[in-house]
Design a protein around this ligand. Structure first.
Ligand code: IPD
Ligand code: CA
Ligand code: CA
Length: 255
């Protein structure tokens, strides 16, 4: 099925690219930070129409509301446009993220980095790839030499889970911190060795599903802030090259 996931991710990405830079019908979801455009919805329709037609017995969990038989043996977990705020403001950093679970375990994941035209893909126990070439996390052990990435939830103004304080603490310990605005791309840049670590609170299953497998298959680690295993429904995500994981946990838990 990985070839099908790649194919439909690419088609959705092409649809998004065709609409980038045009005027958008923007709606607010939970508040005025949390946007959705007609392109998010069109991308989700393209992907879910394909699944319903080709894999009618499969379940679907997608960000813009498509839900189908979530207890099916196979479940597709879909972010049709990860990085909507970037997209709506004209910043060319956004992706399509599709994970496939079998009986609750992620067996395949694809993230399409739309503007760099990079397909990140992984199948369980088979490694991670970027445009077909194997990728691995980096080997950096020094937090002070690290480039980290993070993101903020749409209720950031309420400072959930001390996200301001944790950000400030990492500023004191890391070489640099970035905030790209697409969690799926953040995971992939850990997998390909660009970033050393990533943390965020209040992510959703569609932000996590594909990226987590891509990182793990590239040799990285994804846990909660205490080092415990997580699933796609977990709210605290710590992801790293593994070598700096404990050091990042120490910083997160010092707040
Ligand atoms: C968002 C992005 C962002 C992260 C937010 C997500 P969306 O997803 O992944 O990087 O910080 O928490 O909600 O809304 O653009 O699909
Ligand atoms: Ca998202
Ligand atoms: Ca989205």
């Amino acid at each position: 099925m990985i070839e099908d996931i790649i194919k439909i991710s690419r088609e959705a990405g092409e649809l998004i690219r065709d609409n980038f830079g045009k005027a958008h019908a923007i709606e607010f979801k939970t508040n005025e930070l949390n946007l959705v455009t007609e392109t998010d919805k069109a991308s989700e329709k393209l992907i879910t129409d394909f699944i319903r037609k080709k894999y009618p017995s499969h379940g679907i969990l997608a960000e813009e509301g498509s839900e189908l038989n979530k207890s099916a043996e196979y479940l597709w977990v879909i972010d049709p446009l990860d990085g909507t705020t970037n997209f709506a403001h004209g910043l060319p950093i956004f992706s399509v993220s599709i994970g496939l679970q079998k009986k609750g375990e992620t067996i395949a994941g694809v993230v399409y980095d739309v503007n760099r035209d990079f397909i990140y893909s992984a199948e369980k126990n088979s490694g991670s790839f970027a445009n077909g070439r194997r990728i691995n996390v980096n080997k950096n052990k020094n937090l002070g030499h690290s480039m980290l990435v993070t993101g903020f939830p749409y209720d950031v103004k309420e400072n959930p889970d001390k996200c301001y304080e944790r950000f400030i603490e990492f500023l004191k310990h890391a070489r640099a911190i970035r905030r790209l605005g697409s969690a799926a791309i953040d995971f992939c840049y850990i997998a390909n060795g660009v970033f050393d670590g990533f943390w965020e609170v209040s992510l959703h299953p569609w932000d996590i599903c594909a990226g987590k497998l891509i990182v793990e298959e590239a040799g990285g680690l994804v846990t909660d802030f205490d080092g415990n295993k997580i699933d796609i429904y977990s709210k605290r995500i710590l992801c790293s090259n593994e070598s700096i994981h404990q050091k990042m946990m120490n910083v997160l838990n010092s707040v």
